[in-house]
Structures are given as C-alpha cells and as structure tokens.
Design a protein around this ligand. Structure first.
Ligand code: ADP
Length: 156
C-alpha cells in the first residue's frame, strides 16, 4: 500500500515554512497532496486559481507532490484520495494546542488516518501566511518569507 499524505491548509499564500515542511516530509511518503481547503466564510487575498498555480509552479519538477482543492471535511477528502496520513506543521505552543484538537477530532472522525507533525525549522517558526499578507498589502519586502519561485510570480 502506498503512503499518501494530505497537507491541508489555506496557503494564502504558500510560505517558505510550508514549503520546508513538504520537502522534509517527502522521504517519508510516496505522494504528498498539498490541498487547499475552501471555506466560504473566509476572505482570501489570493484567488483559488492563483493559489493552485503557486503550488503547480513550486513543485513542477517533483512528481511526488500533487495539489488539489476541496470543500468539506478534510478526512472525507483524504478518503477520496486514499490518503492515510495528514501532514501538519507546528511553530509554537499555540499551534500545538490547536493542532492537537484538530488531530484528535480527525482521529475520531476517521481512525484510519494518522496525523504526522513536523516541527517548524527555527528560522521559519515566526512565518505565517497572515504575516506575509500583511507585508504584501503594505508594500513591504516579503521575499525572505516566500519560496523564490513564488516571489518571482508575485513581482511579474
Ligand atoms: P490553516 O488555514 O489550516 O492554518 P495554513 O495554510 O496557515 O492553514 O497552514 C497549514 C499548516 O502549515 C498548519 O499545520 C500550520 O501550522 C503549518 N505552518 C504554517 N506556517 C508554518 C511555518 N512557518 N512552519 C511550519 N509549519 C507551518
């Protein structure tokens, strides 16, 4: 059975912290699906099409990484993709508390799915999509927080 992981998130936009988590997790899995969860109550800076395009470009040379978007429960999406693992990142104690609740809830919803956590690299633990959006909206320099390819896409 192949080891398929779903990395769910908003990725508005994908940051260097997210990218690092996927790259470090790659040796553990046969396939990682970076999946954009759509929440109709949330307002996004980047459209779904833009965010999917970022993911396409970022991993265009990595056949083990796919991308997708979904609505509804993450565990239902995992089922449709035959994924038995969820991938998440932890930056802080606040992340830990939040992630623990979500992981336990998901385990309750589908006991076959295991959440695998990666600790943020120390140099990325202060980086979030929220901070990057704030910098971009105020014409600040966001290049150190974004994968180089994504930054290039934003400036052209
Ligand atoms: P969500 O909207 O579910 O919080 P995000 O796109 O913000 O989605 O994040 C997806 C996952 O990536 C979460 O597990 C989050 O903790 C993790 N993550 C976000 N930023 C970083 C970072 N800088 N380093 C490590 N993990 C991160």
């Amino acid at each position: 059975m192949s080891r398929i992981a779903v990395f769910p998130g908003s990725f508005d936009p994908i940051t260097i912290g997210h990218y690092d988590i996927v790259q470090r997790a790659l040796p553990l899995f046969d396939k990682i699906i970076v999946a954009i969860g759509q929440n109709s109550n949330k307002k996004y800076l980047f459209s779904l099409e833009q965010r999917l395009d970022f993911l396409d470009r970022l991993w265009e040379n990595e056949p083990k990484v796919e991308r997708n978007a979904y609505k509804g429960l993450t565990t239902d999406f995992c089922k449709t993709e035959n994924a038995n693992y969820l991938l998440r990142g932890i930056r802080s104690a606040a992340d830990f508390e939040y992630e623990k609740t979500i992981a336990q809830l998901n385990k309750d919803l589908n006991p076959d799915i295991e959440t695998v956590f990666f600790m943020s690299a120390p140099q990325y633990s202060h980086i979030s999509s929220t901070i990057v959006r704030e910098i971009l909206l105020n014409n600040g320099k966001a290049h150190r927080f974004l994968p180089a390819k994504i930054h290039e896409l934003m400036v052209v």
